[in-house]
Design a protein. Sequence first.
Length: 327
Amino acid sequence: MTRPFYRIAIIGCGRMGRLHTARLHEDGRARVATLFDVDIAAAQSLQRDLAPTATVHNDVDAMLQASGIDAAVICTPTSAHFDQIRACRERGLAVLCEKPLADSAERTQQLICESQTGPPLEVAYQRRSWATYRTLRREVAAGCWGPIRAVTSHNAEYWQQTIAGTWRDDPQMNPGGFLGDAGSHKLDALLFVTGLRPASVFARSDNCGSRVPIVTTASVMTHEGVPVALDFIGNAHHQAEDLQIHCEGADLMIRDWRVWIARGNVVQPLGPPEPDSHPAPTFLDVLDGTRENPAPAECAWPVFMLTEAILESSRSGLPVAVELDVD
């Protein structure tokens, strides 16, 4: 049986647009058929380097009207996501959208509601596809290590040093700074792996000379009564991502991009690993109908509300409740 071959639009031709283009072509089930960017030179550069047969546009509506495509991958600044997602889905296109899904609670709720029918809408939370986080989630869900007693998450990146002159340093387009941008993935991974529901948070942030928050620390209490300690260091000199889940019977950890288990003061590798993948191939799996959507629109809601509560607490200096109920 011949598998479908998908024609994909890349909307936003920066770093993530390039990455998704490369992975779609590597997969072999899709061809990037058209490219959009408000900076036409960025689209032309991506066309030249990775998608020589793609058409190039700097108007989304014109691209959607002119191009015979099956799905779209959206990699634009957050403020553009809502309108672009809706424009694509109104034309029957499946959508893979970079995080965050939208720039307000109301818009996020609307997209979640609309996604219950029609073509698939997937959020590009790539850690849901990575072997490390899937393996850790499997072990937590199995319950054999007992209930979770505490969680710590350390996240550091060479980020502030790269954002000058970009939308990431614009508080109107990226009010959450490092937390709202790169941190969105880490918050989703935390909730994906543990299944915990945040209830309240106390946080501090520092812009460190930038226009948006660069360093954020937060203490979260969950509805399950589990304390969670978070830090997001956006001006580090290296990338680090450590997640430790302290269960009654063992500590389960991602450290140095590997999965570990600690028992009796002995730390050992944890296996066997789950299969490894990335959002672009899993998106094609969803289109094929061979797997369920790993990151449906509704998974964006707790991430958005936890982020908002952290930012509000850091502004007010007071604990803030995390409102997870949808109106």
